[in-house]
Design a protein around this ligand. Structure first.
Ligand SMILES: NC(=O)C1=CN([C@@H]2O[C@H](COP(=O)(O)OP(=O)(O)OC[C@H]3O[C@@H](n4cnc5c(N)ncnc54)[C@H](OP(=O)(O)O)[C@@H]3O)[C@@H](O)[C@H]2O)C=CC1
Ligand SMILES: Nc1nc(=O)c2c([nH]1)NC[C@@H]1CN(c3ccc(C(=O)N[C@@H](CCC(=O)O)C(=O)O)cc3)C=[N+]21
Ligand SMILES: [Mg+2]
Length: 288
């Protein structure tokens, strides 16, 4: 009865569309280019970057991974960004987060050409999303991928209550903006929220992005709710799990995403989609 939202399959479908778009660009001699900058040697980051690089290659996107030492200066890092800002073969630039201590992530993100900001983290693009401005602009890939997952359910969102647990720049805040732009009534919860369970039990759509293993249990969820688990946590056995106690919540939810195989694969597929978006938008402006 409960729909298990298959992020792997949805990512496959989206990647197939992206591959087709890359093929039509190729007929006109255009190859979308993605630059991924990774600073230091965080092992988790290295895995994500490898996955992104591999997927880009499969789709025909030209992906460049720039590995930089943790000891790099802020000025030298900004210079690398400048290089890609000026490179006409590069349409999307991503600086893997987190950066090592001592580097100013906000300043680096603000230095990216907003037209090449494939993560949607530049303040100009954040502002465009927040203001729901018309026209093309990149947005954070994880919440955009979640909107695609919600679309796939063909349910009516307008006027329904969305509760977003977490308020990070990468997930919670842009997620809340996108749900608000979809005409939902949106609540955002965080560590200071009083009686979290009373709030989450009112959610028709519940998005959880806290990094707290199994924060949300069966009794925290309204029967029939759509539950989206963004968490990528390790359980006591070191196994990848989410912020939602899947085995309990699946009994009550109307639809739920698994971890792994839910939001994660859609994040990567959306990054590829948005790289091609940026390439096409650049072409429309005549800057390719
Ligand atoms: N699948 C994917 O593509 C992605 C997965 N992730 C995963 O999603 C999770 C969240 O990531 P991210 O948003 O970057 O995390 P952050 O650590 O940046 O933010 C966590 C947020 O959760 C809130 N929070 C923490 N504990 C509680 C609690 N007990 N009750 C209510 N709110 C709480 C914090 O509140 P406050 O602001 O008050 O501190 C904060 O806003 C992680 O597991 C991460 O690995 C992240 C990005 C992409
Ligand atoms: N500038 C920047 N942009 C990001 O988009 C960004 C980032 N920094 N820093 C880290 C987070 C995390 N993130 C994920 C991407 C893919 C999976 C993913 O593919 N997950 C799979 C499998 C993962 C596994 O098995 O380890 C799944 O959930 O099924 C997860 C998480 C992007 N992030
Ligand atoms: Mg974070």
């Amino acid at each position: 009865m409960t729909t298990i939202i298959d992020g792997k399959q949805l990512a496959k479908d989206l990647n197939a569309q992206t591959k087709d778009r890359v093929a039509s660009l190729a007929q006109r001699g255009i190859v979308p280019g993605l630059a991924v900058i990774i600073v230091g040697d965080d092992p988790a980051s290295a895995i994500y970057v490898r996955n992104k690089h591999k997927k880009a290659g499969q789709l025909g996107i030209n992906s460049v991974v720039r590995q930089l030492p943790a000891t790099i200066s802020q000025a030298d890092l900004l210079q690398v960004v400048t290089e890609y800002n000026q490179d006409p073969a590069i349409h999307g630039i991503l600086v893997q987060s987190p950066l090592p201590a001592g580097l100013d992530e906000q300043a680096v993100v603000a230095h990216i050409d907003p037209a090449k900001d494939v993560d949607g983290f530049h303040p100009l693009n954040v502002g465009r999303l927040f203001a729901n401005l018309p026209g093309h602009h990149p947005v954070s890939c994880t919440p955009r991928g979640i909107m695609t997952m919600l679309d796939s359910l063909h349910t009516h969102l307008r006027g329904k209550h969305a509760v977003v647990v977490g308020r990070s720049m990468i997930v919670g805040r842009p997620m809340a903006s996108m749900l608000l732009n979809a005409d939902m009534t949106v609540s955002v919860a965080h560590v200071y929220t009083k009686d979290l369970s009373a709030l989450t039990q009112q959610a028709d759509v519940l998005v959880v992005a806290t990094g707290v293993t199994h924060l949300i249990k069966e009794t925290d969820v309204k029967p029939g709710a759509i539950v989206i688990d963004v968490g990528m946590d390790r359980d006591e056995n070191g196994k990848l799990t989410g912020d939602v106690d899947f085995d309990g919540v699946v009994k009550r939810a109307g639809a739920i995403t698994p971890v792994p195989g839910g939001v994660g694969p859609m994040t990567i597929a959306t990054l590829m989609q948005q790289t091609v978006d940026l390439c096409e938008w650049s072409e429309e402006r005549g800057t390719n």
